[in-house]
Design a protein around this ligand. Structure first.
Ligand code: PLP
Length: 245
């Protein structure tokens, strides 16, 4: 296997362990999810073989392209990208166990409809736009509780927690409030005891800010660059789709 990959994974595990120690949390309470956009199926397989069993894509097209190759190794797939309503049927073809990016009722309703037809259930996280940047998806924080209450009525969707992409900044002081906001929302929602709603997962933190996220309660950190190296496309290619909302 590519030596760099193994080394990068070990480095990330150490960063997670250290961040957990510093905040008196157990390393087993934080899952490492590999964000695999633009990465070839071969390299993803190598990372899975090296022990990273949880992976996620941003685009259905990439899920589809890599699906057959990845069947050779046991793993779990989540979806972390913006999902257009017309891609719901596609999403359900590929054994994706959790959608991190549910951010609007219309999408929830389409999913519910399709899940009923296929007699399936799906774990979901509600994506919250904690940075206020217009280029990022997610429900505005002040509408998150209402969205959770409405999605909770859709019995095929199992709400497991919240997700956010924080502010892009090397400055922890600027990113931290985004993660704190998500954590506060989680507590607030948990306190409402909404039937069928669990608030066990906080999906937040990426290559550059996973320490801050773990300190603020992340249970899933989503890492791409720090394991696979720099991507060829700017992230705006994945995060700035203005159509199809
Ligand atoms: C790409 C991506 C990540 C990982 O970002 P890195 O900075 O490469 O670690 C995390 N979350 C989402 C939603 C992404 O699209």
């Amino acid at each position: 296997m590519e030596e760099g990959l193994q080394h990068n994974i070990e480095k990330i595990r150490r960063r997670i362990d250290t961040a957990c120690k510093n905040s008196s949390r157990k390393p087993t309470d934080v899952k490492l999810l590999l964000a695999t956009k633009t990465v070839s199926a071969d390299r993803i397989k190598a990372a899975i073989t090296a022990g990273c069993r949880l992976i996620a894509e941003n685009k259905i097209q990439e899920v589809k392209e890599k699906f057959n190759d990845l069947q050779e190794v046991a793993h779990e797939s989540h979806f972390i990208g913006h999902l257009q309503t017309n891609k719901v049927k596609e999403l359900l073809k590929y054994n994706i166990t959790c959608l991190h990016s549910l951010d609007r009722l219309e999408l929830g309703e389409k999913l519910q409809h399709r899940l009923v037809l296929e007699n399936k259930y799906l774990d979901v996280l509600i994506q919250v736009n904690t940075s206020g940047e217009v280029s990022k998806f997610g429900v505005p924080p002040d509408q998150a509780i209402m969205l959770v209450q409405k999605i909770a009525c859709l019995d095929r969707l199992r709400i497991k927690g919240l997700m956010t992409i924080g502010l892009f900044s090397a400055d922890a002081a600027k990113v931290r409030p985004c993660f704190q906001l998500l954590s506060q929302l989680k507590d607030q929602i948990a306190g409402l005891n909404i039937t069928g709603v669990q608030m066990q997962e906080l999906s937040m933190g990426m290559s550059s800010d996973l320490e801050v996220a773990i300190e603020e309660g992340a249970t899933i950190v989503r890492v791409g660059t720090a394991v696979f190296g720099k991507r060829q496309y700017p992230d705006s290619f994945y995060w700035n789709e203005s159509k199809g909302r």
